[in-house]
Design a protein around this ligand. Structure first.
Ligand SMILES: [Zn+2]
Length: 259
């Protein structure tokens, strides 16, 4: 009996998540909303003269219908255009659903007076930053996250710094910076993220030069301290240990490449 009760307690929230619409809505302006599913990818939805634009439509496979209904309830219209900050499935996985429903996928928002589009190489070889000018909102994809460690694997340190500089050169001091995952942020926080990321790379390099293994690097006090700076939301179950080791390994690969 005890076992059964534990089993129910563990599985009920999971099955509840799969079946229920659970997308939080943040209104930035009358024409700009940020939708955040429990799945955590930040989704942008904007009303423009050319129709409704949806950025990174991936709330989780089971929530695409709920996302579509939610957009319709906000603007009273279907999605006209889809944009992606990059092509990873946790951002682009809902494209096919919306294309099948009549939306059009576009690479850039250059044809829209409301948007600026900037392309950089950091998280992937083709990261796109979208600026919605009327609401001063920057959608920056996984160049920046506020609930995970940095992932600068395509561009290395130089690509990461160039990408952050590109973001800092857009908008103004009041710009809302919407990361790929985690709470929306601002330029002050992004500058700290850049600083902490550079410290992370420097510390991994120093410890490797001292001959430490990946596991020993993981347990280093300074490394643990820097890691905590990537958790501004103070999540108790932040990054699992194996993922920290993978992050160190990938950082070492970037250091080896010397970029
Ligand atoms: Zn992502």
């Amino acid at each position: 009996m005890k076992f059964i009760l534990i089993f129910i307690a563990l599985t009920y929230p999971l099955s509840g998540f799969a079946d229920t619409a659970d997308i939080s809505v943040t209104k930035r302006s009358a024409d700009a909303y940020i939708l955040t599913p429990a799945y955590s990818t930040n989704i942008g939805v904007f009303n423009t003269a050319k129709g409704v634009v949806l950025i990174d439509p991936m709330p989780g496979e089971n929530q695409l219908e709920a996302l579509s209904a939610l957009v319709k309830s906000i603007f009273g219209k279907q999605v006209t255009y889809i944009l992606n900050t990059h092509d990873h499935s946790d951002h682009s996985g809902g494209n096919a659903y919306f294309i099948a429903a009549g939306s059009e996928f576009i690479q850039s928002a250059a044809a829209f007076a409301d948007f600026d589009t900037v392309t950089v190489k950091s998280h992937t070889a083709n990261d796109t930053i979208f600026v919605h000018k009327p609401s001063n909102t920057l959608f920056v994809g996984d160049i920046y996250t506020t609930n995970w460690h940095p992932t600068f694997y395509a561009g290395g340190v130089a690509g990461f710094v160039a990408a952050v500089d590109a973001i800092l050169n857009l908008g103004d001091e009041n710009s809302l910076i919407v990361p790929g995952h985690g709470e929306p942020s601002d330029k002050q926080q992004l500058k700290l993220f850049r600083q902490n990321t550079l410290q992370w790379v420097a510390q991994v390099k120093v410890l490797r030069e001292q001959g430490l293994t990946v596991s020993e690097i993981k347990d280093n006090a300074e490394i643990q301290h820097i890691l905590r700076t990537f958790n501004p939301e103070h999540k108790t179950d932040f990054i699992p240990q194996p993922a920290v080791e993978r992050f160190i390994e990938r950082t070492l690969t970037v250091i080896k490449k010397g970029v």
